[in-house]
Design a protein around this ligand. Structure first.
Ligand SMILES: *[C@@H]1O[C@H](CO)[C@@H](O)[C@H](O)[C@H]1NC(C)=O
Ligand SMILES: *[C@@H]1O[C@H](CO)[C@@H](O)[C@H](O)[C@H]1NC(C)=O
Ligand SMILES: *[C@@H]1O[C@H](CO)[C@@H](O)[C@H](O)[C@H]1NC(C)=O
Length: 526
């Protein structure tokens, strides 16, 4: 017994010192909170002292952390008002186009004001700020999405700041993280495919980028203005604050993402939000045993299946009727509504359910394929568990995620506007059921992910501990941050070269002209 005590004593001694970590985790979207919440919990498991600062924007969203100490900033009245306006104005996810500038800008403007409203509440709580400043954190982790947290980090003044993205980086994040956009071959969020040889497609990619800047820039500008109003005009820009980050975490998985330039400071920890799967309980085990093939169908939690237009619901039912030997598990929020009751009655191979143990189902070999909207979490779970799929992106970053899966041979992307057409949908399902290449590719990528030299979890923990010990490194910060647009793109050199070229052409034409007229003079004299 004494030896055991001694061993425990030894392991405590040899473990690294616990560090104090603050995670800024606003509650507005589960995929964001899931990413940040999991980071917080993993660090707690590792023995660190982690505090989560949680501004409540949407009380219905889970905060994703169960192990860290939580400090809440209650939802402000203004936040609640804006949120209810957003709820009333139900977004028509299944019928609107990502490329529609009016819709995009309108949605963008409302969500910007929502984040700013809650940011005001964060700044008004001076007690919390004072306490956090006194705590002297080793590391603070923020996401470059609700930019209130990035600016707040400047006030909290941790030894190291770690910026992050709960998805693959998009739009403004490239500038804030210091990574090149590579727009000619790196698809923006709105693109599933990018034919790099097509002028039209590259123009479309640039247009998508411009649209996202227009969507996200005002929000950043409003946050900067809010802080400058409060703390004076010398308050640094969000990009300047981000530029001094020790590291950047992205929820990107290099083994499935589109390859693009990056920096040593940017650490990809894709899949960090995925839970370890467990065996199915009796109910679900029975469901997946009913027929030799089972397909899981889910559009995620934002674009709800109950809000699908009637024509699409009927088309999905027709598709399901075409496969009587396949069980379909459809995540449908209200199985007891009129449509749900009728559909379950007429379709014995359909299981409507308001909740599924998605990650555990995907891990079960009895699931044949996954039909998904291509949210970041769902595509990563699909890849980790090695399941082929049909990817039907609805909005946001889903087109790019879906394209990424097709690029890796997991299955095909299906246009959401083709959902109305059962023939197309049936053909897509036949393809994924009959073409073995998808299952083989999926299984191979899944094995590769399982054997990665360093897991996302290890990378994340070691990076945070390193940042806590040493602070930001000057070597890791690219000089590009200090350059203006003209310098960065060498526009001055290009302009000078053009001028020089024009000048040379001028000289050349002049000299030809002169020698020509001299010859003329000579000829006349003769
Ligand atoms: C963890 O950090 C908080 C905030 O700084 C502090 O109040 C608390 O005492 C710390 N807990 C431990 C066990 O160090
Ligand atoms: C379903 O399975 C039964 C029995 O194996 C078979 O006779 C039938 O042709 C199958 N139906 C379809 C549409 O594949
Ligand atoms: C299966 O899918 C792959 C990838 O799309 C394709 O190259 C191949 O021709 C397909 N095979 C069949 C038999 O359709």
């Amino acid at each position: 017994m004494q030896l055991a005590h001694f061993l425990i004593f030894l392991t405590i001694l040899t473990e690294a010192d616990p560090y104090k970590v603050l995670v800024y985790n606003s509650k507005f979207g589960f995929s964001h909170s899931n990413f940040l919440g999991n980071i917080a919990d993993i660090l707690v498991e590792q023995g660190h002292n982690v505090t989560s600062l949680i501004p409540i924007i949407d009380p219905e969203v889970r905060d994703g952390t169960s192990k860290s100490t939580k400090i809440f900033i209650p939802q402000a009245l203004e936040t609640r008002k804006i949120l209810s306006v957003m709820r009333e104005r139900k977004a028509e996810y299944f019928s609107m186009s990502n490329y529609d500038p009016f819709n995009t800008l309108l949605v963008g403007k409302i969500s910007d004001t929502l984040l700013v409203a809650q940011c005001k509440a964060v700044l008004e709580d001076t007690k919390v700020l004072k306490q956090l400043q006194a705590d002297q954190f080793d590391v603070m982790i923020v996401e470059n999405f609700d930019m209130c947290g990035v600016a707040f980090a400047y006030l909290v003044n941790p030894k190291s700041l770690i910026t992050s993205s709960a998805s693959t980086p998009f739009s403004f994040m490239f500038e804030e993280f210091g990574i090149p956009l590579a727009l000619s071959y790196n698809p923006t969020s709105y693109m599933s495919f990018l034919d790099v040889h097509s002028v039209f497609e590259r123009v479309k990619n640039i247009y998508g980028e411009i649209l996202m800047h227009a969507l996200l820039y005002p929000g950043r500008w409003m946050i900067e203005e809010l802080y400058r109003d409060k703390f004076g005009n010398s308050f640094p820009s969000l990009q300047e604050i981000s530029s001094h980050a020790a590291f950047t975490f992205t929820n990107s998985e290099p083994l499935i993402d589109f390859a693009a330039p990056t920096l040593n400071r940017v650490i990809a920890i894709g899949g960090i939000g995925a839970k370890t799967p467990i065996a199915l309980d009796q109910y679900w085990s029975d469901v997946v045993s009913r027929r030799s093939q089972t397909i899981l169908l889910s559009f995620g939690s934002v674009a709800k299946s109950i809000t699908l237009p009637k024509a699409i619901k009927q088309s999905i039912l027709k598709t399901i009727s075409a496969f009587p030997n396949v069980t379909f598990i459809w995540k449908y929020e209200q199985p007891e509504d009129d449509f749900g009751k009728c559909a379950s009655h007429t379709h014995p191979n359909l299981v409507l359910t308001s909740w599924t143990p998605q990650n555990d189902l995907l891990n079960d070999r009895r699931i044949t394929a996954f039909i998904t909207h291509g949210g970041m979490g769902s595509t990563q779970e699909t890849a980790l568990r090695g399941i082929p799929g049909i990817f039907i992106p609805i909005f946001g970053d889903q087109p790019r995620n879906a394209g990424m899966m097709q690029h890796n041979g997991f299955g095909k992307v299906l246009d959401k506007f083709d959902l109305k057409n059962p023939e197309t949908f049936i053909a897509a399902i036949k393809d994924v059921l009959n073409n073995d290449s998808y299952r083989e590719n999926a299984a191979k990528v899944s094995r590769m992910l399982a054997k990665k030299p360093f897991s996302s979890k290890e990378l994340m923990i070691r990076t945070v501990e390193f940042a806590a010990e040493f602070g930001p490194s000057r070597a890791l910060r690219p000089l590009s941050y200090d350059m203006n647009f003209v310098e960065y793109h060498n526009l001055d050199i290009i302009a000078l070269s053009l001028l020089l070229f024009l000048f040379l052409i001028y000289l050349l034409t002049m000299s030809i002209h002169i020698s020509f007229s001299k010859n003329n003079v000579k000829e006349k004299k003769q």
